[in-house]
Design a protein around this ligand. Structure first.
Ligand code: NAD
Ligand code: UGA
Length: 465
């Protein structure tokens, strides 16, 4: 089966970069990325590539090469579905905020809407690919909707979860550790798997394309995120132990990471993991386990989230206690708001929660982040619903350069590991701050000795003070 046209529903952090690379590497396939959000599509079509809706190193070059050639962004969802041989569903699957499973289960309403729309519009056979992260056995529900409300056409459902990380999305897409494709164990299912494998085969070596049954593929995605997040929570748990004992968490991480069975990656202690997926996917795993009566399994994974919440709260508390138990009316500057470096994404960023806790204590927060807009920062805080929007505006001040942000501050807290923070003029920052001047490095990016030599009272995570 040869694929000539692809449609991707959802032009977000996954749909946009993934389809850009598929189009770049398959110039003979037309790729239409569609979304209901008109502004997002307008931004994807902006001639000024700095205005793309997603900041991702290298993305602009890929879009420049493929857009208008065989890559198109539009809001014409029906038209793109109708003409495509293969349709990717890449819409958001946030944690439910209402009803059964509130705060735990994935909200599948956007996915279901896509399935219904495909069923309504499709006039010939289609391969439907789950690119969104979905609970195990969702393909069954999608298939049921497609088969029962469709126009008598045949649908093959594939699961093709995405493993890219933000900030390195283009590199991850260009040389993935693996591409996972799950499909029905039948002749038609195998043909669909082969069709998708050939799209990736344009640049991914064959031995990195792994095929499984549908349920293994769906579950592997949740599991991969749970394992990664578990490593962060494990090292963060140890960071507290390090602070209590005089051990250095980076030294411990290096020592254990050199064991090839453990490996060196994902052992960086931090103020806590953020991002749109780790928490959501683990909660989903916990919810599925609980629904199946597997309480011990659910409790095991839930602990990863409990530890992460603790790490954020512990960081905020440390700032408060170090500043003589009160931050009321004190200016505390955040360097970084994004959930990690090299992205403009702040979903579930630790910075939001730390700011919220400090604002509860009436601290005045000043923020500088190289890529997150001030509008987004305020929206993030307002979303928590802790206080009124005007109170949030009053207590938070945003800056577009670091020196104004730190001027007159009692403390600086590093919330994101942006490279540029290491090269700031820290002597200048020190001069502009109240004394004693405190720095809390929530990412362990600064050289503690150098900072202390400048005069700062400096504390890292899991580091001797
Ligand atoms: P996102 O919110 O950035 O993008 C989703 C887009 O889908 C939005 O632009 C929204 O307007 C659009 N949309 C929703 N319903 C629609 C509909 N019915 N028709 C057309 N457009 C619709 O989300 P994202 O970060 O790209 O994540 C998408 C999925 O991929 C999620 O399931 C997520 O768990 C998974 N995932 C995300 C990442 C990541 O790094 N962000 C990585 C791997 C997997
Ligand atoms: C993560 C996974 O790495 C991707 O494979 C997956 O596709 C994606 O989730 C998803 O499903 O959305 P992402 O959240 O973009 O990617 O970024 P990560 O690099 O995994 O970082 C997640 C969070 O953990 C960040 O806040 C980061 O700062 C933190 N982290 C990561 C640490 O605190 N320490 C580490 O050692 C690693």
């Amino acid at each position: 089966m040869k694929i000539n046209r692809i449609c991707c529903i959802g032009a977000g952090y996954v749909g946009g970069p993934t389809m850009s690379v598929i189009a770049q590497k398959n110039p003979e396939i037309r790729v239409d990325v569609v979304d209901l959000n008109e502004q997002r599509i307008a931004d994807w079509n902006d001639q000024d590539l700095t205005k793309l809706p997603i900041y991702e190193p290298g993305l602009d070059g890929v879009v420049a090469e493929a857009r208008g050639r065989n890559l198109f962004f539009s809001t014409e969802v029906d038209d793109a579905i109708e003409k495509a041989d293969m349709i990717f569903i890449s819409v958001n699957t946030p944690t439910k905020t209402y009803g059964t499973g509130k705060g735990m289960a994935a909200d599948l309403k956007y996915v279901e809407l896509c399935a219904r729309q495909i069923a309504r519009v499709a006039k010939d056979d289609k391969i439907v690919v789950e690119k969104s992260t979905l609970p195990v056995r969702t393909a069954e529900a999608i298939k049921s909707i497609l088969d029962n409300t469709g126009n008598g056409v045949n649908f093959q459902i594939l699961s093709n979860p995405e493993f890219l990380a933000e900030g390195t999305a283009i590199d991850d897409l260009l040389s993935p550790d693996r591409v996972l494709i799950g499909g029905e164990q039948s002749e038609e299912g195998q043909a669909a798997i082969n069709a998708l494998a050939s799209v990736y085969g344009a640049w991914v070596p064959e031995d990195r394309i792994l095929t499984t049954n549908l349920w293994s593929s769906e579950l592997s995605k949740l599991t991969a995120n749970a394992y990664l997040a578990q490593r962060v929570s494990s090292i963060n748990a140890l960071s507290e132990l390090c602070e209590a004992t005089g051990a250095d968490v980076d030294e411990v991480a290096k020592a254990i990471g050199m064991d090839s069975r453990i490996g060196p990656k994902f052992l960086k202690a931090s103020v806590g993991f953020g991002g749109s997926c780790f928490q959501k996917d683990i909660l989903n795993l916990v919810y599925i386990s609980k629904s199946l009566g597997l309480d011990a399994v659910a409790d095991y994974w839930e602990q990863v989230i409990i530890m992460n919440n603790h790490q954020r709260a512990r960081f905020a508390k440390k700032i408060i206690t170090t500043l003589y138990n009160t931050v009321s009316g004190k200016k505390i500057t955040f360097l970084g708001w994004a959930f990690k470096k090299d992205t403009n994404d702040s979903r579930e960023s630790a910075a939001i929660y730390v700011a919220d806790m400090l604002m509860d204590e009436r601290a005045e927060i000043a923020v500088y982040d190289p890529k997150v807009s001030s509008r987004q920062m305020l929206e993030d805080l307002n979303y928590l619903n802790t206080r009124s929007e005007s109170e949030n505006e009053e207590l938070m001040d945003t800056h577009n350069e670091p020196y104004g942000a730190t001027d007159g501050a009692h403390a600086v807290a590093i919330l994101t590991e942006w490279d540029e923070f290491k090269d700031l003029d820290w002597e200048r920052i020190y001069k502009g701050m109240q004394k004693p001047a405190f720095v809390f490095d929530g990412r362990n990016i600064m050289d503690s000795q150098r900072m202390r030599d400048i005069g700062f009272i400096f504390q890292g995570i899991g580091k001797p003070s």
